[in-house]
Write a protein that binds this ligand. Structure first.
Ligand code: UTP
Length: 297
């Protein structure tokens, strides 16, 4: 079984749900508390043992590349001002020199197309895929959990979570087969099944380990839902010749690509912080009470 060394993080989408902010700020740079969304995915990848990250970027995403580089003036000012703690934390967040690659998706033709743009950099080896707008919240990162299953199962592994059965039509859903390590074998995958037609309520939550044969399928993948080249459509075809496994995530993934999920993530991460959690709890409590009084009036 080949080791998973590289991860793809696609960041070339337009982020239309966050307009007007995303006119000039990539949605992956919006902060959850004080870190940009994309930083959480990078931390999660390195925590899971990934050695190299391939960012698939696009026009107007320069801020992401700059973010993962040194800013000499800032570092110099922090050092001169004796702000050693801030200096150290910025230094720790920097990926090691040479451990990232940036490649371009020239037009946002869909997630499947973005993944295909990383084919030459990945080469002939399995790789991890992290959708950065899905932010992992738990004791361990979601990717580390699916890597555990991969070390037992090989093949392709996807992370899943359970949704309310009435909501299955919004997601990619997998069918549940026999056990495999701490996960299970996938019997089928359906993108946004019609109400009542879902094989389970386990939805694909944005973390994958995939075999490189996916690239050949993406190369000739026709446009699917929304006129975009869909990753799930290629995975369904790959499942004809390769096994897929799923791991229910022990934590929770926040969908920071939606306004509600982004706000929920900010509150959840803030409440979990020892420096500001207590104050934020009081502030949120006050807001809820004031809202209740307004409703009653
Ligand atoms: P989304 O579909 O959530 O991102 O893709 P989007 O298209 O930017 O969002 P909206 O719907 O317009 O608000 C999930 C991830 O895949 C990347 C996005 O940047 C995001 O991180 N993506 C999506 C690409 O890199 N290229 C694409 O063509 C589409």
């Amino acid at each position: 079984m080949k080791k998973v060394r590289k991860a793809v993080i696609p960041v070339a989408g337009l982020g239309t749900r966050f307009l007007p902010a995303t006119k000039s700020v990539p949605k992956e740079m919006l902060p959850v508390v004080d870190r940009p969304v994309v930083q959480y995915a990078v931390d999660e990848a390195f925590e899971a043992g990934i050695e190299h990250i391939v960012f698939v970027t696009g026009r107007n995403k320069q801020a992401i590349e700059d973010y993962f580089d040194v800013v000499p003036e800032l570092m110099g000012t922090l050092q001169q001002g004796g702000k050693t703690e801030q200096y150290g934390s910025l230094e720790r967040l920097l990926p090691q020199a040479g451990s990232t690659t940036f490649t371009r998706q020239q037009a946002p033709l869909g997630l499947g197309h973005a993944v295909w743009c990383a084919r030459d950099v990945i080469g002939d080896e399995p790789f991890a895929l992290l959708l950065p707008d899905m932010v992992s919240f738990g004791k361990r990162g979601c990717l580390a959990e699916i890597m555990d299953v991969y070390s037992v199962s090989g093949g392709n592994v996807i992370a899943v979570e359970q949704c309310d059965p009435s909501e299955t039509h919004k997601y990619g859903i997998v069918g549940r087969g026999g056990p495999m390590g701490s996960g299970f074998e996938v019997t089928e995958m359906v993108e946004k099944p019609a109400p009542g037609k879902a094989p389970s309520n386990f939805y694909i939550n944005g973390r994958y380990v995939l075999q490189p044969e996916i690239f050949d399928l993406l190369e000739n993948q026709e446009r699917g839902a929304g006129g975009e080249i869909q990753l799930t459509d290629a995975m369904v075809r790959l499942a004809d010749s390769q096994k897929f496994y799923a791991k229910p995530f022990d934590g929770r993934m926040f969908d920071c690509g939606s306004k509600e999920g982004f706000i929920e993530a900010n509150v959840a991460f803030a409440l979990s912080r020892s420096d500001i959690g207590g104050t934020v709890l009081e502030l949120v409590g006050d807001l809820i009470r004031a809202h209740g009084r307004r409703d009653a009036a």
